[in-house]
Ligand binder design. Structure first.
Ligand SMILES: [Fe+2]
Length: 162
C-alpha cells in the first residue's frame, strides 16, 4: 500500500467485530490481554498482517497456525513505549535521511523501540511461555541477517505490505 494512503488509513483505524472475533479465535486470554495494550493502529496493522499471512500460507502450503498467532503478536514489544502514528512516521523518515544512524540514540525511548521491539516483544512473550518458533519469529522479524527462513520471510513480506 502506498505509504501516504497507509498513514491515513491507520490514523483513523478501528477494529470491527470481525477483527475482534479473529483475535479471539487465534489468541488465548493472556495473549489478548497483551494485544489490547497495543495502540489501535498497531492492533489493526497486526490483524491485517495476520490475515495476509493466512492467505500467503494457503498459497505456499505452509502450516499457518503459529504464523497467524505470530503475526498478531509480532509488534507486541511496542507496548513498552507507546508510539503514535505521527511519532512513528517521524522515526521512519529520520531513519531514511540519516541512513539508520539514529539507531545509536538508544536512550531516546521512541527511537529505541523502533529498532528493538522484536527483542522486547520476545522478552514479554517469554514470560507467558510462548512457543519457541513464535518467540524466534517475534524476536527476528526485522533481523535482515536471517534470509532463508520460509516462515519469517512470509511474515516480513506481509508486514511490509500492510
Ligand atoms: Fe515490527
Amino acid at each position: 500500500m502506498n505509504r501516504v494512503k497507509q498513514f491515513f488509513s491507520y490514523a483513523i483505524a478501528k477494529l470491527d467485530i470481525n477483527d475482534k472475533m479473529y483475535i479471539e479465535k487465534h489468541l488465548n486470554d493472556d495473549e489478548i490481554a497483551l494485544f489490547n495494550k497495543l495502540s489501535i493502529h498497531e492492533q489493526k496493522h497486526s490483524v491485517n498482517v495476520a490475515r495476509d499471512v493466512e492467505s500467503e500460507c494457503r498459497i505456499n502450503l505452509v502450516d499457518s497456525n503459529n504464523l497467524v498467532k505470530t503475526a498478531l503478536l509480532h509488534d507486541i514489544g511496542k507496548i513498552k513505549v507507546p508510539v503514535n502514528i505521527i511519532d512513528k512516521s517521524i522515526v521512519v523518515i529520520l531513519d531514511k535521511i540519516t541512513n539508520s544512524k539514529i539507531k545509536e540514540l538508544k536512550n531516546v525511548k521512541k527511537i529505541y523501540i523502533h529498532y528493538n521491539h522484536g527483542y522486547e516483544g520476545y522478552k514479554i512473550l517469554k514470560k507467558i511461555n510462548e512457543d519457541e518458533q513464535i518467540l524466534f519469529m517475534v524476536k527476528n522479524h526485522h533481523n535482515a541477517e536471517l534470509k532463508d527462513n520460509l516462515e519469517l520471510n512470509i511474515l516480513r513480506k506481509c508486514d511490509d505490505r500492510n
